[in-house]
Design a protein around this ligand. Structure first.
Ligand code: CP
Ligand code: NVA
Length: 304
């Protein structure tokens, strides 16, 4: 199997996603039935965190153990990564000792440099630019609740951030449309997303973006690494709080998603995230199942 990294959503094809969604469903079914699924016995995953995490850490760590493998957890503070050892050297060393690496860091260029010097697959566990594992889980969650996402409309309300960029990449690849509404100055950067504009439409009014949507989704106003902008962002984003009126503007069976962690009363009202259209807990759980399918695929391909 040739070396395959997962650094952006565009690193896999639509056919590969179709396989992963089917495989994740099977892996989830086995997990729910307490049936062992251990294709990665003796394999080791290194997880490198330069930013905080709950879901990404638990889902990758529990997932790798459930697949029969083991995990090494590194952070900037407790490794030489925080003491300026070059990324290229870290990549050469770590990838001689483990079978797979997951990295959560700042600039996408850091993970790209690591991957260039890695002998094993590297997975993006969130960068400033992208969060592909989350969108993998979100689309799997949509499919579970509503079937294929092809031809559907996703409303993105809030920051033009890593999640927004990745939704756009997914829309172009899998054939759906994203209605994007951000405050001025926080727009998505089409060059970073690397997509054509016909996979997304921009709306100044978040209510218009939600109109007729099959899925309404948002994220924190201030992503990790941008904390110094918090006060300015709170002012700029005040009208970009997903509320019951926005959900009423969407289709009557529209879902609500949020990658979490959430701030009730900021980017979403409690009645929406805790309401009947919200699937945020399924979304979080599905990180586990889709990433198990992803890790298995990157290491073993498509086992018969
Ligand atoms: N959604 C997500 O990636 O959560 P964590 O920051 O807790 O990993
Ligand atoms: N956009 C958020 C997602 C957190 C999972 C961040 O980057 O902090």
């Amino acid at each position: 199997m040739s070396l395959k990294h997962y650094l952006q959503f565009t690193d896999l094809t639509a056919a590969e996603y179709a396989y992963l969604f089917e495989r994740a469903a099977l892996i989830k079914k086995k997990f729910k039935a307490y049936e062992k699924h251990q294709p990665l016995v003796d394999r080791t995953l290194a997880m490198i965190f330069e930013k905080a995490s709950t879901r990404t850490r638990v889902s990758f760590e529990a997932g790798m153990y459930q697949l029969g493998g083991s995990v090494v957890h590194l952070t900037t503070g407790d490794s030489q990564l925080g003491r300026a050892e070059p990324i290229e050297d870290s990549a050469r060393v770590i990838s001689r000792m483990v079978d797979l690496v997951m990295i959560r860091t700042y600039e996408q260029t850091k993970i790209e440099r690591f991957a260039e010097y890695s002998r094993v697959p590297v997975i993006n566990g969130l960068t400033n630019e992208y969060h592909p594992c989350q969108i993998l889980a979100d689309i799997f969650t949509f499919i579970e609740h509503r079937g294929s996402i092809k031809g559907k409309t996703v409303a993105w309300v809030g920051d033009g951030n890593n999640m927004a960029n990745t939704w756009l990449q997914a829309a172009e690849l899998l054939g759906f449309t994203v209605h994007v509404s951000t405050p001025g100055g926080y727009e998505v950067n089409q060059a970073v997303a690397g997509v054509q504009s016909d996979c997304y439409k921009v709306f100044q009014d978040p209510m218009q973006a939600c109109t007729g949507a099959d899925l309404v989704t948002t994220d924190v106003w201030t992503s990790m690494g941008y904390e110094a902008e918090n006060e300015a962002r709170k002012k700029a984003f005040a009208d970009w709080c997903v509320d019951a009126d926005m959900m009423r503007a969407a289709k009557s069976d529209a879902l609500f998603m949020h990658c979490l962690p959430a701030h009730r009363g900021e980017e979403v009202e409690a009645e929406v995230i805790d309401g009947p259209q919200s699937v945020v807990w399924d979304e979080a759980e599905n990180r586990l199942h889709v990433q198990k399918a992803l890790m298995e695929y990157l290491l073993l391909g498509t086992p018969q």
